[in-house]
Design a protein around this ligand. Structure first.
Ligand code: IVH
Length: 714
């Protein structure tokens, strides 16, 4: 649709317009018409980049400035409005790959406030229109994900859709059914509701997002810029099984339509409370009722401070008038309701200069270009380097050394180059030359068919060896405290260790010779290495660093094989039959075992006494044959985490109570549906304490809480 030249033109035009926006307030009719035309062109282009290609080239903030400018011009000179102006409709994200459905109530967007003053203006308008002295607001986080609408009829989840153009969305019920936090049944009938449409957001938490991008990079795909793009992209996959693997979550925050209408909850607070009680994930625990706008401002400030510690990306707070009776007088503009506003947090983008590019060799030989930046503050953090991922990424964005670049840091995620500011070029910028040889060992780099990454395939490449050692010692693999990158480097350069097998033959007398090591630290490392022999098969499989075998995959494999030697004998067709393992992973495993040098390492490990087989107990699993369902909030960890613990002990984790369920574990504020069903079917209910008692022997209590401290709970 857009040629590269046209894209470049539009990006340059965007920059120019953004610079000239402040002057537009004084524009006369002729000038206004001309500017409006240009603004429409660039806004249409950015809509296309955002909604269709899901790879925006400007920040939301900048987009908003453009949109506002156009809207203001059109308001001042109504005769210049054209029927196809972006202000005359809500941008569409429809791609044509899914059936279209009409929403019960239009999905409008929210007006934005960037300053406290703009919040006060909003409050003033609300008070004027309603004639009230003081307004009660309900304030909640604004999730930065992909908008969805869910419909429940007679308590069943019957339809899920994307926002689309606000009137018509794409029907993605099958995909949404795979999202664990979308209940397939919810007892709206207990509130007298026959049919309900609710709004929400599909999200990926930061930890999952990080893992997903790591995997994408391993597979030679360009990572997603931020969790929002990842969520939006995942929702539109054609294969629901693949969607299920993405670990999406859904949070719901708005009731938009109810039948019969008199059952519509009277306040926003009550609406969210109802959703919360029915087992949805909601902002309930993070919501606050505020009297007057000053309380609202204080709450927004508080959240701006803590947004980084929240497990999901937030881009602001949403302020909603609580009493629904006031909605009627307030009404809507063509784009948004007048009873709500989004307070946007400070943007996490900045421009800085790319001063150099270095090339790093990863654990599996992938060569990654890393951009060195003139240090810049983004949301309180100094950013001085940025991954440029691969050659295609550099070519696509035409990144050159010396360029000014727009960098985004989404939460604690690695900083990302959103775009190059080409207008800032003075001709001294130099194209980035990709090396032909490995920067560590000098061997020729290769690009494998279908991959975007250049790779060093020398199995003895020092950079890779050191990273493999480090990976083996990492917390999630063999957890060898003291075996970080610098120790791994020292062990390699002293010639003590060439592969992970050698670690187990090290003597204390070797270790004291490492730089910075004394007797005590040598002894500690020695003990840590010895202790790591019993970590279990899954950790060994992960630690070996087989391409595409992450921790989750390793666990899945370890559940079905009894020893590493079993896996070695398995043909690809058999490996594929393991749940959740595809063709690429299976082939990579086969390839790993077909190399004699890898088998040598495994034999070395076995001779040293590293456990590569399951014990009898592990084979069975202490929870074998037992089916667990959880309801309510657990204090130990999230339900998902508890489920994974159950699975790791041989039990089955399910979300629905059936006659096969062995235990329903009841946490705080349990859902009524599951409890009632358990009673009907005579399923035993146990408390969280009883559950923890059951698994105490097998799981380290510290490990259970890990996820909670990282904050996966709402
Ligand atoms: S309420 C008519 N509440 O932000 C009002 N929206 O910029 C309906 N969003 O389209 C929206 N968190 O996708 C609402 N707590 C929240 C939200 C939220 C995120 C999204 C939503 C909306 C967009 C508007």
């Amino acid at each position: 649709m857009y040629t590269p030249e046209r894209e470049r033109e539009l990006i340059e035009l965007t920059r120019k317009l953004l610079k000239e926006l402040p002057g537009l307030k004084e524009a006369g009719p002729k000038e206004a018409e001309e500017y409006a035309r240009l603004l429409r062109d660039v806004i249409r282009y950015h809509d296309y980049k955002y909604y269709i290609q899901t790879s925006p080239v400007i920040s939301d903030y900048e987009y908003d400035q453009l949109f506002r400018a156009l809207r203001d011009l059109e308001r001042r000179f109504p005769s210049i409005v054209t029927p196809d102006s972006p202000t005359q409709r809500v941008a569409s994200e429809i791609t044509g790959s899914f059936p279209e459905v009409s929403h019960y109530a239009p999905m409008l967007s929210l007006d934005n406030a960037y300053t406290e003053e703009e919040l006060r203006d909003f409050d003033r308008r609300v008070r004027e229109l309603t004639g009230r002295e003081e307004i009660e607001y309900s304030v909640e986080p604004k999730y930065d994900g992909a908008g969805i609408a869910l419909v429940y009829r007679d308590d069943l989840f019957v339809r899920g859709a994307t926002r689309g153009d606000g009137e018509v969305g794409e029907e993605i019920t099958a995909n949404l059914r795979t999202v664990r936090t979308v209940p397939l049944r919810a007892e709206f009938s207990s509130f007298g509701i026959r049919l309900i449409e609710i709004r929400g957001e599909v999200l990926i938490n930061r930890e999952e997002f990080r893992k997903m991008n790591e995997e994408r990079m391993e597979e030679g795909l360009t990572p997603f810029a931020n969790p929002r793009n990842a969520a939006a992209g995942s929702l539109r996959l054609q294969n629901p099984a693949e969607v299920a693997r993405r670990r999406l979550e859904a949070v719901v925050y708005q009731v938009s339509y109810v039948e019969p209408p008199e059952k519509f909850p009277k306040t926003h607070w009550e609406a969210v409370e109802m959703l919360h009680l029915l087992g949805f994930k909601t902002p309930y625990g993070d919501m606050k009722l505020c009297r007057g706008i000053e309380e609202v401002i204080a709450y927004c400030r508080e959240w701006e401070e803590r947004r980084d510690t929240y497990p999901y990306e937030l881009d602001g707070m949403v302020v909603k008038v609580n009493d629904r009776r006031l909605y009627e007088v307030l009404g809507f503009t063509s784009h948004h309701p007048r009873w709500a506003i989004a307070y946007k947090f400070r943007a996490r983008q900045a421009t800085t200069k790319l001063v150099n590019v270095v090339f790093q060799v990863g654990r599996v030989g992938t060569v990654t270009p890393v951009g060195k930046l003139e240090p810049v503050q983004i949301g309180g953090v100094t950013v001085s380097s940025v991954s440029l991922f691969n050659e295609d990424f550099i070519r696509e964005k035409d990144i050159r050394v010396g360029d000014m670049v727009l960098v985004e840091r989404a939460g604690d995620v690695i900083p990302y180059v959103v775009e190059v500011i080409k207008e800032a070029r003075d001709g001294d910028e130099t194209p980035i030359e990709f090396p032909e040889n490995c920067p560590s060992c000098g061997s020729k780099l290769v690009k494998l068919p279908g991959e975007v990454a250049w790779r060093c395939v020398n199995i003895a490449c020092p950079a890779q060896l050191v990273l493999r050692l480090k990976h083996w010692g990492s917390r999630e693999a063999m957890d060898i405290r003291g075996l970080g990158e610098s120790t791994a480097k020292a062990l390699y350069s002293k010639g003590f260790v060439k592969d992970v097998g050698d670690l187990y033959y090290l003597k204390i007398t070797d270790l004291v010779r490492l730089p910075g090591f004394a007797e005590r630290s040598a002894l500690n490392l020695y003990n840590a290495i010895q202790e790591s022999k019993n970590r279990g098969l899954d950790r060994v499989l992960y630690g070996l660093g087989i391409r595409y075998v992450g921790l989750t995959t390793a666990r899945k494999i370890a559940r079905v094989v009894d020893s590493i030697w079993d896996l070695k004998e398995m043909p690809v067709e058999r490996i594929i039959r393991i749940e959740g393992i595809g063709d690429i992973v299976a082939r990579s495993i086969r390839e790993f075992f077909s190399r004699e040098e890898n088998l040598k390492v495994i034999r070395k490990l076995e001779r040293a006494g590293v456990k590569l087989r399951k014990t009898e107990l592990e084979k069975e699993g202490p929870l074998k044959g037992k089916v667990f369902v959880f309801t309510g909030t657990l204090t130990c960890c999230s339900r998902e985490r508890a489920g994974r613990i159950v699975e790791s002990l041989g039990g089955v984790f399910s979300n629905t109570v059936t006659s096969r369920t062995t235990y329903l574990v009841v946490g705080r504020d349990p859902g009524r549906t599951k409890l009632t069903r358990a009673k009907q079917l005579g399923v035993k209910t146990i408390t969280e304490e009883e559950f923890l008692e059951m698994i105490r022997e097998y799981v380290n209590p510290e490990d259970i809480g890990k996820e909670r401290r990282e904050g996966t709970l709402f």
